[in-house]
Design a protein around this ligand. Sequence first.
Ligand code: MG
Length: 238
Amino acid sequence: MRQAGRISARALALGGEAVRPGVTTAHINKVIHDYIISQGAKPNFLGLYGFPASACISVNDTVIHGIPSTAQVIHEGDIVSIDTGALYKGWHGDNAGTFVAGTASDEAARLIEVTKQSFYEGLKMAVVGNRIGDISHAIQQYVEANGFSIVREYVGHGVGSELHEDPEVPNYGHPGRGARLVPGMTLAIEPMVNAGAAAVRQLPDGWTVKTRDGSLSAHYEKSIVITANGPVILTDPN
Ligand code: MG
């Protein structure tokens, strides 16, 4: 899973570097796809539940599951969430991040930073003996204390020989609830955070999820493993 995670993380980083004004979301997807294939791995998003690309690319008020398109051009100041992963030697990596084309507004920059930091607040609680709810609660508390909203309809998950496994890892909840964390448990923790209200809607394409109020949304995700010595990030580019 470290090897699958490394490929996933490098693919995400390359996708992030490709985010700039004037490129299409299809171009970003191709950069990611080609890299994963070049590593002898498989893009694990491609074809999953019928998804037609190797990365979900979600711009501005799109929360998740944006479908890359040759018709969608990135503009100066856009924020672009990329979610992607690789299947390598039977194991999955899954990770996401939000990148800026050019220069972000102050609000967008703060949203991205709070979303990233909320992952790390959750990660602090990802220790043996705690429960899933401790991670969930820490993420929610941090996001809401910073004036943003947590998306409820989509959650993190176990990850391993399948991309999506039990248990679910919600980004909201109560401490002390849910499955107990044990060494060897591998999870994808992935806060999705809206600048405005939490409500989302799905477009008729059956994939694209947008904020209902049109506010910006950001995403941050890494795959991790629980160990006796604390959590270790598996989607590490190094
Ligand atoms: Mg995931």
